[in-house]
Design a protein around this ligand. Structure first.
Ligand SMILES: [Zn+2]
Length: 348
């Protein structure tokens, strides 16, 4: 048998190293390319929400990215979710400990004039919804209303106990003229084998910094925000519970679509029916289509490799035409105040 000479071994090692380096370079280029290949919101041609003359007590909503929404009737403000600190992609991928970013939160509360916050209501307790609820609670007198898991996030941030309300499923909570009901729902089954990522609860005060995996789901809710002028439902995650919204009517649905594309058209159609057809809503705003690893205020669709919102948007147009032909789709605009409900003019 011929022995391999040291020279042959060196040249084999060299060739292997060159091949490996080439594969790494090609794979990296592919990942970078896939990460930057994103559809554009400009490919969606929906009409803006009908312009309604704002009165002093009009109910408005302002979308602040992902599923964070500020409702306001001129007297009372309600914040759904609270996600202003934006952990980076590297923080998420490498499980680095993260915490609320005080500078961003101070800036946002000031810029969007959140001085009358009565309630902060996380739709569930994953970090991209509930990360900043404690820090916001500490800068206001607002109640934090949510699951027992959300309560532990608030406690971990040092929010006083009398500002924390653990919601009872289906009970009504009044804040000024708003009546809010949290109805237990489902989270989009976007994990391996249809599981929910980071499910489960947080059973002691959550101290931060912590990796994003520490923010467990808790309970995912449909949030019904009723007001004498109209009703909006916020569904932050693209999950549903068959029959849970029976008997609930709404004018507007804020419909979470994060990674809905990957769950398929059939699933998306059932989701649409459970949230839109069931409630009779005439206006639908998809939310949670923007890449939450971007800095606060930057709206960019997810990479197509993860989710193509333009495809989901086309499905919604089809579902609307089939099931709810007088329902209209609208894109929310970051940081723009929208008057939600027309008001009957006062009696002459
Ligand atoms: Zn979630």
């Amino acid at each position: 048998m011929r022995t391999i000479t040291p020279g042959e071994l060196r040249s084999w090692a060299k060739r292997t190293a060159i091949t490996t380096a080439a594969i790494v370079v090609v794979a990296s280029v592919a990942v970078v390319w896939l990460w930057h290949d994103r559809a554009s919101l400009e490919d969606i041609n929906w009409q803006p929400y009908p312009a309604i003359e704002p009165s002093l007590d009009a109910v408005t909503v302002n979308w602040l990215g992902v599923t964070t929404l500020l409702f306001d009737d001129g007297e009372t403000q309600i914040l759904i979710d609270g996600f202003f600190s934006r952990p980076s992609l590297a923080d998420i991928v490498f499980g680095r400990p993260v915490e609320s970013d005080a500078a961003t939160i101070n800036f946002v509360l000031d810029k969007y004039r959140m001085r009358r916050l009565a309630a902060i209501i996380p739709a569930h307790s994953h970090f991209d919804h509930a990360m900043d609820i404690g820090a916001i609670g500490n800068r206001s007198s607002a109640s934090i209303l949510g699951s027992a898991t959300s309560a532990q996030i608030a406690r971990g941030a040092g929010v006083p106990e009398d500002q924390i309300i653990v919601a009872t499923n289906g009970s009504e909570y009044s804040f000024g003229q708003f009546t809010v009901t949290l109805i237990g729902s489902g989270h989009a089954p976007i994990g391996w084998g249809g599981a929910v990522p980071y499910s489960g609860s947080i059973n002691e005060p959550l101290s931060t910094p912590a990796p994003i995996s520490a923010w467990r789901e808790g309970i995912s809710y449909s949030i019904v925000i009723a007001h004498p002028y109209g009703t909006t439902i916020v569904q932050a995650s693209a999950g549903f519970l068959q029959g849970a919204l029976g008997g609930v009517n709404a004018d507007v649905v804020m419909l979470g679509v994060g990674l809905l594309g990957g769950l398929g058209r059939n699933y998306a159609e059932q989701y649409w029916q459970a949230l839109v057809s069931t409630t009779g809503a005439k206006h639908v705003f998809p939310i949670h289509f923007d890449d939450f690893t971007q800095p606060f205020g930057e709206i960019l669709l997810y990479p197509r490799a993860l989710d193509d919102f333009t495809e989901t948007a086309a499905w919604f147009e089809e579902f609307g035409a089939i099931w709810d032909s007088d329902t209209r789709l609208h894109l929310p605009e970051f940081g723009k105040t929208v008057v939600l409900y027309p008001q009957a003019s006062p009696e002459a």
